[in-house]
Design a protein around this ligand. Structure first.
Ligand code: NDP
Length: 246
């Protein structure tokens, strides 16, 4: 299998770490961003202890200039980005009638505008080289909506429109663009939800459990493989049967 340069945004988080490890174990050279240097150093030590090599660069995906600088630094250190996983994300939950403009914009900037900020500096190179793999990590709540998450659901739903438009524009140039939509996965993001609320969520999942980060990473690895070259504009829902729509 050809070794590629992969950028996983938010790679130090729960799902991101699983994606970084999966792609590194497949032989790819993987980079990710950090915002807090001390935490990033601790994360890298954990990776090394598991035999995983990863390149860490500073970067705030909600900021266009910082995102471009992050991509250029990765290119300088590893070469052109051939695989991009737009994974970084946040929640700022509250019902819409209480939502502040800041809660709205932080979530839209980090989940949706980041897709522009990070993809824009890599897409031209992918087009020139006529090969690329782009995967957005959306969410079940971008598909079905969620009480208290108008900001998050809007941003995650927007990622699908982005995916299918970018897929059309770049299909003839060997670039695939797809979306993975996880249901509730046992990461810090979900474990921060009060236990009784989590129990109610699990009760709605036909599989009767939360997902594991590795189960999301497995799907990402599938989409970025050489063999997946005819799969573009697709959305893969991975949610234990929680939502079976589009
Ligand atoms: P985590 O909170 O564990 O990880 C999120 C990662 O994104 C962290 O590394 C965080 O870095 C990074 N990040 C956040 N904001 C920025 C920013 N502005 N610039 C750069 N990096 C940033 O979340 P998960 O691993 O659970 O989530 C990963 C993705 O999966 C998200 O897009 C999320 O919406 C999506 N998802 C998660 C689900 C779940 O159940 N966990 C379900 C459905 C979708 P830092 O440490 O610096 O904050």
């Amino acid at each position: 299998m050809k070794q590629r340069v992969a950028l996983v945004t938010g790679g130090c988080g729960g799902i991101g770490t699983a994606i970084v490890k999966k792609l590194a174990r497949l032989g790819h050279r993987v980079a990710t961003n950090y915002r807090d240097e001390e935490r990033a150093r601790a994360w890298l030590e954990r990776m090394h202890a598991e035999g995983i090599e990863a390149t860490l660069v500073p970067g705030d995906v909600a900021d266009p200039q910082a995102s471009e600088a992050m991509v250029r630094e990765i290119e300088r250190r590893l070469g052109p980005v051939e695989i991009l996983i737009n994974n970084a994300g946040i929640t700022r939950d509250t019902t819409f009638h209480r939502m502040t403009y800041l809660q709205w914009t932080e979530v839209v900037n980090t989940n949706l505008n980041a897709c522009f900020n990070v993809t824009r500096p890599v897409i031209e190179g992918m087009r020139e080289r006529r090969w690329g793999r782009i995967v957005q990590i959306s969410s079940i709540n971008g598909q079905k909506g969620q009480y208290g998450q108008a900001n998050y659901a809007a941003a995650k739903a927007g990622m699908h429109g982005f995916t299918i438009s970018l897929a059309q524009e770049n299909a003839r140039l060997g670039i695939t663009v797809n979306t993975v939509s996880p249901g509730y996965v046992a990461t810090d993001m979900v474990m921060a939800v009060p236990e009784e609320v989590r129990a109610k969520i699990v009760a709605q999942i036909p599989m009767g459990r939360l997902g594991e980060p590795d189960e999301i990473a497995h799907a990402v690895a599938f989409f970025v493989g050489e063999e997946a070259g005819w799969i573009t504009g697709a959305n893969l829902a991975i949610n234990g049967g929680h939502y079976m729509g589009w």
